[in-house]
Design a protein around this ligand. Structure first.
Ligand code: 13P
Ligand code: ZN
Ligand code: NA
Length: 284
């Protein structure tokens, strides 16, 4: 069933498994990610970027979500990824999104905190949850962010932000980056432990695509309960289309549904493999 984000994350955080938070961008990827969760008996967090909200429209996107999740038995939740725009936050909350990432990481931390407090109050009126971010994660995701190296905040500044805003999940910069890593990522594992030990709150791991199994397991054990995956799915989707379209069979008959069936299976397999890897498979 559709549940609040914090419900999915508190179980994962307590038992130290990770829940894939997967960026979908059309009907096929939305349906396939949900199908993977059902297949693996896993909770899943479905995310939409601002770009996806704008390209499909929040009304159509939300209608797809409600119809595709009707009667679903595994816990699922709909989350708005990196959103610096308060109007889009309000639009999605009003529409029925279960949670939002208010990304004011380009603002000075005091101003970020002031606005995040407002977003949390707004979200609560809808029974919705909020992810907070004070350091922009390196790399551009659907047009949001920058390639500059993220500047970490002091632990005390971070804790102050968490206590004052009461966000439900926090996204720190720990050497992670959006997109595929150009060089081997060097991660600050201890930062996750330091935050969680001082303030036990589920942590969101951004930039999941390109990390190793060991890096995932280490970070999940330290409290990264929400593990974001975007680029890997986009890449799989595009390549799967290419492979199918280049096959001789596809050129004998112009039959779009057979393309969709083939791509859908690849997306299900990829999403499902993250559920198994992060330990959320079998938890639903
Ligand atoms: P990747 O694109 O590196 O998987 O990062 C996903 C992400 O953090 C979405 O917010
Ligand atoms: Zn991200
Ligand atoms: Na990445």
């Amino acid at each position: 069933s559709v549940v609040p984000l914090a419900e999915i994350l508190s179980d994962a955080f307590d038992k130290r498994y990770g829940v894939p938070a997967i960026n979908v961008f059309n009907d096929l990827t939305l349906e396939a990610v949900l199908a993977a969760a059902v297949e693996r008996s896993s909770p899943v967090i479905v995310q939409t970027s601002v770009k996806t909200v704008k390209s499909i429209g929040s009304d159509v996107l939300y209608a797809m979500w409600t119809s595709m999740t009707a009667g679903i038995e595994v816990p699922v939740t709909l989350h708005l990824d990196h959103c610096p725009d308060r109007a889009v936050i309000s639009e999605c909350l009003e529409r029925g999104w279960n949670s939002v990432l208010f990304d004011a990481s380009r603002l000075p931390v005091q101003e970020n905190m002031r606005q995040t407090i407002e977003v949390v109050a707004e979200a609560r009126r809808f029974g919705a949850h909020v992810e907070g971010e004070i350091e922009s994660i390196t790399g551009v995701e659907d047009g949001i962010g920058s390639d500059e190296k993220a500047q970490q905040q002091e632990l005390e500044v971070t804790l102050d932000f968490l206590r004052n805003t009461k966000v439900d999940v926090f996204a720190p910069a720990i050497g992670n980056a959006h997109g595929s890593y150009k060089t081997e990522p060097v991660l600050d594992f201890d930062r996750v432990s330091e935050i969680v030990e001082a303030y036990p709150l589920p942590i969101a791991l951004h930039g999941g695509s390109g990390l190793s199994d060991e890096q995932f397991h280490n970070l999940i054990a330290r409290g990264c309960a929400k593990v974001n995956i975007s680029t890997a799915l986009k890449e799989k989707y595009m390549k799967s289309n290419l492979v199918f379209l280049e096959s001789a069979a596809s050129k004998q008959k112009w039959d779009p549904p057979s393309l969709f069936t083939s791509v859908r299976q690849d997306v299900i397999d990829l999403a499902g493999s993250f559920m198994t890897l992060f330990g959320s498979a079998g938890r639903a």
